[in-house]
Design a protein around this ligand. Sequence first.
Ligand code: ADP
Length: 227
Amino acid sequence: MSAAPILQLTGVGRRYDEIGRELIILDEANFSLGRGEMVALVAPSGAGKSTLLHTAGLLERPDSGDVLLDGRSCGALSDDERTAIRRNDVGFVYQFHHLLPEFTALENVMMPQMIRGMSPSIASERAQQLLDYMKVGARASHRPSELSGGEQQRVAIARAVANAPLVLLADEPTGNLDPVTSSYVFEALEALVRQSGLSAMIATHNHELARRMDRRVTLKNGKIINL
Ligand code: ADP
């Protein structure tokens, strides 16, 4: 195993051209996520949290600089190569669950594994284990519309880690939930990350949840700085 950080941003720039002005979100930003580390990204709305997570997770290309996953430079890779890495090595959780409505919870968690070429029986077994771990195993045969908001997010988290990614990136994963549900879902997410040795970067407005992570960072003048 290499000693390099699992995720690195080096000199990353990201700007949007708005009519009449340029919006600089990341300006030669640097960041390292250690193996097994859980980092909270805390910044006001519009500061660029989603942009940072999308860039780190290879959904968006930086205008300059590089993103390294497990020591591998992803800047010069083709779109197809980036998509393959994203599918296998990056797990995303969003504020809204984005589960496929016509499929059951189990099928939603099986899906990324099947896309990767796993057999249905193995994918199904792992999906059930993950749902059990997230305490929604009994809801496996239900469609998303039949689940509560907290249950939907638990399924979305199970889906995000279905392919045992290197990194989990979460964009306000409990932002749509009431405080009590949010706390329970976050606890399950935290236990899963800790138990599996995953590395995670989690954007949250919830300072109490942020305090429970190993480290807190924010965005200031286009830089990623420790809080
Ligand atoms: P956050 O997640 O912290 O709310 P975002 O990363 O979504 O912030 O957005 C940061 C800023 O960049 C916002 O001002 C937003 O309006 C702007 N922005 C985001 N995406 C685009 C885009 N595709 N084109 C132009 N501006 C964008």
